[in-house]
Design a protein. Sequence first.
Length: 588
Amino acid sequence: MADSVGGTCRSRLAWPAIFLGCCSAGLIWLLYALYGHLLVQGMYDRTLPFEWLNGIVKRQTQHPLDYYLAMADSAVRGVCLLLIGGAMGGAGLSEFARRRPDSPWSGRTQRVVIVSTLLVWAAFLLEAPLFPLLPHWVWSLHKSHLPATWILLPAAALGLGSVRFVLRHPERWRLNLLILIGTGYALQLAFAFTEGRGMDALSSQYLGGGHGRLARAATEQRSPLRLVTSYGQLLDTGELVSFPHATRPPGAVLFLVGMERLSRVWGEGDSPPALERLSSLAAWTLPLLTYLTVIPLFGICRRLYGTSAAAWVAPSLYLFIPNVTLMTLHLDQCLFPLLAWTCVYTAVRGLDTGHPGWAVGAGVLLYLSLFVSFGLIALAPILLLLGLLWKRAGKEQQRRLKATGLYSLLLGAGWLATYVTFHALFGYDAVAQFRFGMAAHQAFKVLDWTLSATLYFAGLDALEFALWCGPPVSVLAVAEMRRVLWTARRGLSAPGGGTSDAESLAAGRHHSVVLTFAIVMGLLALFGKTAAETGRLWIFLVPLVLTAAAGALMRLRRGGDQWHRYLLLICALQFVTVLVLKRHQDFF
């Protein structure tokens, strides 16, 4: 019988669930018919007594009242249809699970994965503006013209075939890494090519928006050294415009300056040709850089699960994550995760081997990560929590406190040594620049961070990040996080009930990573002071999500390798989710 995480629902609850869904939809439609347009008009005129309601309607100068009335009609119609469809779908799956308990979809988690995924697809296919109506939601609905969608058929076959090969041959890790990197690269290009514009669909990302300004700044910098030594002065004089540079350290522009220098092998010219060369080089190379993240991710998973196929679950899922696939050429997507997880791998290697050089190296990489992105400050609690929670083998577990203290000191020493070196050589004060950048980030969208605003944005940020990770993966990650937190509360140190020392060690280490994920997500949501756009800003956390999801996925079927089918099904659901988001929302 399938391991139904959370059990199955009784059949007698099916009809009441359908009845409740239909009644809820009818009540919502009735209330909207009576008061809906009056409410929308009040939001449009900003005359309602609740400020958060007045903030829902945006751009009154661009759209008339009728535009928002039509949007509200569509949203309410979509909510009603989703309530009815969700109730019927959930009840149907519950009855199916009762009749077919051995089915792969008989467990509660499996059913939640299916229903939530179908509801999200339906919301976008119906073009119901449920998410855009949320205050400060930055992503708008717009149907993209994709004349070359056919290219996704061989792309899907390639992706699923690659995952199947990797699972069947887990010991061939070098070949598997090459396959996953190449497949990820091909998938990202395939989704871009659906627009029918070839590489222009990628390179045009560098010619507009915030990244366009970063790229232009990179082509205008004559001295990379001055960029580091006088970054604050360049902001004060306006040579570097406040947006987007004020919220970023110099490392981001410096990376693009290096790419611009490299692009000169394609010829020389003035600023516009230089920008075109840079965008062309970025279009070909940055998608490849994106999937190099699977190398440190696999290294970490191998430390968790050994050389079994379980070590390949998270790296395989990384190929099918919507924000990783669609947010092309942004450093948040291609560079920051690679830096972050190289740093985490170095730390995990130090925890596993006890060699001090790895811990010092992790401190150095932590500094370099913050030199490129202030958002990677989340690496600090990740590294410290892993050091505190990491399950060590044998008698080393009894010396945890001493080992954790030494690890933390070495980590801090590596960071401090790099800080002193940069300050002495370049006059770069990382702490002062970080404070300035975070102040600019916090004030960018919200000036008054009240308790209600903090709680609202915590929920909004988590919802947006979950959507961009994909409902199947997000549901699995939340289910595993809930299970591990419950286990920790009961004081059990080895989740999964490993029957051997190796299984107990792997379970304990997985437990450590999932607890770290839960704590860091809570800290970021409540204290990160980020007003939306976490689908992009938190991409570097995707490997943590996948590690948690991998644990839940492997628990769905414990017998043999039957969970391989689940992984392929989850990858297929994720692939369709990427297509739905590409078609109806995309990344700007």
